[in-house]
Design a protein around this ligand. Structure first.
Ligand code: SNW
Length: 288
């Protein structure tokens, strides 16, 4: 039996259109919606780009420089890790801190990078990479505020950025302070400088930077080692999270993490757990 080959012009056009679509990249890297697992293994908003929700005023973790470019420890570390995961196009956008995790959870961004401490509560909203930074929460005030330690916060106006661990810590541990909630560090520091707040409670390294800039003083450093910072990703993006963890581990093991730490946090005590294994001493760092 000879099968009759039916040359229908319509069918030929349909095949040609399909081939063209495939070639033109509609099924490839630039199409957000139609990208399959093969072209977009990490399930990114756009396969060749990582969109990062971050902060413009958390120097030296994440901040926008005078040209508006994002830089800092977290930014450089994340870009290095993204490169190891095969993505070099990394776009940072500044948000209010309290907006970062919701925006990651609902898919407006691929990841949140902003010294975000990993906690069980936050894990209800997002997944986290392994930790990459563990440090202190610092109370910053003016030289003449009269506040000498955390007991001195009683009856004083203490700034916190909404949604931070500092806010939660202050609610729990500084019940006699009058908390003033700010959207970001810059507005809180402006309030301290103008006298409308007495102190601001923020991350150690950011406090150090503001201290140098405005002649402020720190009166308490509270360990936050139980909430190391991690990269926040939407729940269930396991391939993405695994790739970030793999990149992070190799950035730690080959000394890149250490180099960036020394660049951005000169003189600060170095958490040992992120150093190359050969450089870790036998005695583990205290966990509190
Ligand atoms: O818990 C610490 C961690 O140990 C390290 O010192 C980096 O900062 C923290 O993750 C706490 N960071 C705050 C938070 O997660 C504020 C973040 C911010 O202002 N960018 O709420």
């Amino acid at each position: 039996m000879t099968k009759r080959v039916n040359f229908r012009p319509g069918a030929v056009v349909a095949v040609a259109v399909a081939a063209l679509l495939a070639l033109s990249g509609c099924a490839g890297s630039t199409s957000p919606a139609s990208s399959g697992a093969a072209e977009n293994p990490y399930g990114l908003i756009q396969a060749d780009t990582i969109r990062v929700a971050s902060l413009g005023d958390a120097k030296p973790y994440t901040f926008a420089d005078s040209q508006g470019n994002f830089t800092g420890f977290d930014v450089e570390l994340f870009k290095d890790v993204a490169h190891r995961a095969g993505v070099d196009n990394v776009v940072f956008t500044g948000q209010d801190f309290s907006a970062i995790l919701p925006a990651v959870a609902n898919g407006q961004f691929d990841v949140g990078v902003a010294a975000i401490g990993i906690t069980d509560k936050r894990k209800q909203t997002v997944d986290f990479s392994e930790g990459y930074l563990a440090g202190y929460l610092t109370v910053l005030t003016t030289k003449d505020s009269g506040i000498k330690d955390v007991d001195g916060l009683a009856g004083k106006r203490l700034g916190v950025v909404q949604g931070t661990l500092q806010e939660a810590y202050a609610v729990k541990n500084f019940p006699s302070a009058n908390l003033v909630r700010f959207p970001d560090n810059n507005s809180a520091i402006a309030a301290v400088n103008s006298g409308s707040a007495d102190a601001h409670f923020l991350d150690y390294e950011a406090a150090k930077a503001y201290k140098e800039q405005h002649g402020l003083v720190s009166v308490a450093d509270i360990p936050s080692f139980d909430a190391p910072a991690g990269f926040a990703v939407a729940k269930g993006k396991d391939a993405f999270k695994d790739a970030l963890n793999k990149g992070l581990a190799s950035a730690m093991e080959d000394g890149t993490w250490k180099k960036l730490y020394q660049k951005w946090f000169p003189g600060s005590p170095m958490p040992e757990q992120y150093l190359p294994k050969a450089e870790q001493t036998a005695t583990p760092a205290p966990s509190k």
